[in-house]
Design a protein around this ligand. Sequence first.
Ligand code: PGA
Length: 251
Amino acid sequence: MSTRTPLIAGNWKMFKTCSEAVDTAAALAKNVADVSGRDVMIAPPYTALHPVSEVLAGSRVSLGAQNLFWEKEGAYTGEISAVMLASVGCRYVIIGHSERRQYFNETDETVNQRIQAALKGALIPVFCVGESEQERDSGQTFSVLDKQIKDGLKNFFAKDLAKLVIAYEPVWAIGTGKTATSRQVQDVHEFLRSLLKKSLGQELAESIRILYGGSVKPDNIAELMGMPDVDGALVGGASLNPDTFSAIIHY
Ligand code: PGA
């Protein structure tokens, strides 16, 4: 039995106005008030972080952001730092999501800088990795993940990574309704944990949570969570509705 506390995280992407986010967060907090033995996080858009943090105060739901910039402050128009996120109550930050890699030129190197900034700022990074459909079809899944993990975690001391969370999100399963099978997910998670063991040692690798993301729904979460190396989920579309997300959290 693993001692890792499952984490069910919701990534709201670029959805919800401020008042919609507040209403959804309030409904979710109510729906999951009875949950124990698992951590819950939502990552609303930046514009809603502060009011949502007020609604979540004292609830079972933690607040996360969807990205951050690595500098502390400065002339970086449009960017947000770890200090700023912490100041509005964030505990988590999603880093290196495939949509950021695809549309905003995020690279393994900038992902590495963001993870460093998150940890320095006492935020828990949710570090996303995953292969594209074409990479899977050409048998490159493990080599792609190996590079993303090695470059993303370059120059860290193992002790600094105790709070790290990894999210495996195959790009072909995000928002497509195509979920990876639980066997495919377990195979990748086992591979990721073996990489972590090699670079960080057995004990730390066993404590790091590896989430699965990509078309997670109330009807597939239980099977995914039944896999020994699946420690939670990063949920996009199905986290936008407080009843659907609550059903996932109560798997
Ligand atoms: P999805 O998104 O659940 O809508 O597939 C997952 C994600 O992008 O984190």
